[in-house]
Design a protein around this ligand. Structure first.
Ligand code: FE2
Ligand code: FE2
Length: 134
């Protein structure tokens, strides 16, 4: 069973956001599995790179849509994205420098962050997008 399983509760009802989130969760599962299997730095580093790359891409997509509808909560939502990216990039820098280990705490942190952000912040965005399209 996957470490972090997709459930209907995570669905925000917007097709691009939901499919991006599924991809993010699958990358996080890959990272977790590689850690659990005790994979080496090379493999972990590659998955982490891809996870960060895709997260940036996803955040940008959401932010572009927010700007398109002149979303009132744009600044606060973007701030949550920026803060997460900063934390993960710091973690990556430590990992690359060899003085930080990736541990299950990392995947736990990312999983909790994603659940919280999706359930609160992204759901609000999805309903605003739906309204704007109506
Ligand atoms: Fe978001
Ligand atoms: Fe999102």
């Amino acid at each position: 069973m996957a470490y972090f399983a997709w459930t209907d509760e995570l669905q925000v009802g917007n097709s691009f956001i939901d499919s991006d989130h599924q991809k993010l969760i699958s990358l996080l599962n890959q990272l977790h599995e590689a850690m659990a299997q005790g994979q080496g730095k090379n493999i972990l580093g590659k998955i982490l790179d891809e996870l960060i790359r895709y997260t940036r891409e996803h955040f940008k997509r959401e932010e572009d849509h927010m700007q398109k509808i002149r979303y009132a909560d744009f600044a606060a939502h973007k701030q949550e994205h920026d803060k997460l990216i900063k934390e993960v990039v710091d973690l990556q820098a430590k990992f690359n420098a060899g003085n930080g280990m990736l541990s299950v705490q990392v995947s736990g942190f990312l999983r909790n962050w994603l659940i919280n952000h999706i359930m609160k912040t992204d759901k609000l965005l999805a309903s605003a997008l739906k309204q704007a399209a109506a």
